[in-house]
Design a protein around this ligand. Structure first.
Ligand code: NAD
Ligand code: ZN
Ligand code: ZN
Length: 334
């Protein structure tokens, strides 16, 4: 079969390899589509091998098993640790306290291929949805959903949520906020096209990302700031913005892995972070989150802006995402 693989650090190639043989507890998935996430770019750019290579990438995977459409959960938790047993499989501790749970394409072989061997326990039924349109639900929708669903107590009538970065994750974050909260949604992006998409999918405001953005959020919130800020970029400029526009007692959820650092002095007023702010370094979502995401997609409340690209053009698709020349999500179709 064909598979898009990292064959050496920073080297991405379309390869011809044997169809995988499912191990114990696994089934063979015929891949319908695999979303291209910015995390795949981050992984390709790491100059050393952090995972065993060669590695087939692709952690947003949907397809069919024996003709039945299924979505593969991003997080392959162990199912046995305290976190997993408590339903917090997105912070499974099996691989250690500083390592993310296993995910396809980020350790185990992923889904940018014609077939993938996947744990039966990772599958969620998507009867009625198209696997190509549904594949990005596994991360681009799941991860924002987890971060947002945890803040329903803050995101009540009259509240404001800020979404920084309206790419694959952010354009789903905006839709999820509109679907499950009454909050006013303020989207922020550098790119005018992404801001237009944000308004199209339901943001009330779309702001350019620059030195004036925090002041504009404060203007919109009577000087108090946003009840929740979701940073789907994670570069230094966006973390600084997030800290500068979150309200006292608000939530700052860091999802983007852009290489920035969030820091604040513990003492004094008028520091980078107001009193009472809660910070979470958010990873993926739980299996329950994923089934709720699928329910939202089935109801039509959320939909990924998908552009299908042939798997054979996968390397070029990475370059497009690198240039920011994507609206929503590219999905590689074998
Ligand atoms: P994407 O490339 O589709 O979107 C990123 C968006 O950020 C783009 O619209 C871009 O214009 C915007 N942006 C860049 N710099 C900006 C700035 N200074 N101010 C405002 N906007 C800016 O990426 P994606 O696939 O949505 O992924 C976003 C980030 O989330 C990546 O870092 C990815 O690795 C990370 N991620 C984390 C998790 C997790 O579980 N924590 C899961 C998935 C992805
Ligand atoms: Zn991802
Ligand atoms: Zn576990």
């Amino acid at each position: 079969m064909r598979a898009l693989r990292l064959t050496a650090p920073t080297v991405l190639e379309l390869c011809e390899i044997p169809v995988p043989e499912p191990g114990p507890g696994e089934v063979l998935l015929q891949v319908g589509g695999a979303g291209l996430c910015h995390s795949d770019l981050h992984v390709r750019e790491i100059p050393i091998a952090v995972f065993p290579l060669p590695l087939t990438l692709g952690h947003e995977v949907a397809g069919t098993v024996d003709g039945r459409p299924v979505l593969v959960h991003l997080v392959w938790g162990c199912g046995r640790c305290r976190s997993c047993v408590a339903g917090r499989d997105n912070v499974c501790t099996a691989l250690g306290r500083q390592v993310a749970p296993a995910s396809p394409g980020l350790g185990p072989q992923g889904g940018m291929a014609e077939y993938a061997a996947v744990p039966v326990s990772s599958l969620v039924d998507i009867e009625g949805l198209d696997p190509v349109a549904a594949a990005p639900l596994a991360d681009a929708a799941l991860t924002p959903y987890h971060a947002i669903a945890g803040e329903l107590g803050r995101l009540r009538a009259g509240s404001t949520a800020v979404v920084i970065g309206v790419g694959g994750l952010g354009h789903m974050g905006v839709q999820i906020l509109r679907a499950i909260t009454p909050a006013r949604v303020v989207a922020v992006d550098l790119d005018e096209r992404k801001r237009a998409t944000a308004l199209e999918v339901g943001a009330h405001e779309a702001l350019a990302s620059d030195e004036s953005t925090a002041a504009r959020v404060l203007d919109l919130t009577a000087g108090q700031g946003a009840d929740a800020v979701f940073d789907f970029t994670g570069v230094q400029a966006t973390l600084d913005l997030a800290a500068a526009c979150v309200a006292p007692g608000g939530a700052l959820r860091v999802v983007g892995l852009g290489g920035g650092t969030l820091s604040y002095p513990a003492s004094g007023d008028a520091t980078a972070l107001p009193w009472g702010v809660s910070v979470t370094r958010a990873y993926g979502g739980t299996r329950q989150d994923l089934s709720e995401v699928v329910a939202l997609a089935r109801s039509g409340a959320i939909a990924v802006h998908v552009e299908a690209v042939p798997l054979d053009e996968g390397v070029a698709a990475f370059e497009r995402l690198h240039r920011g020349d994507v609206d929503g999500r590219l999905v590689l179709v074998p």
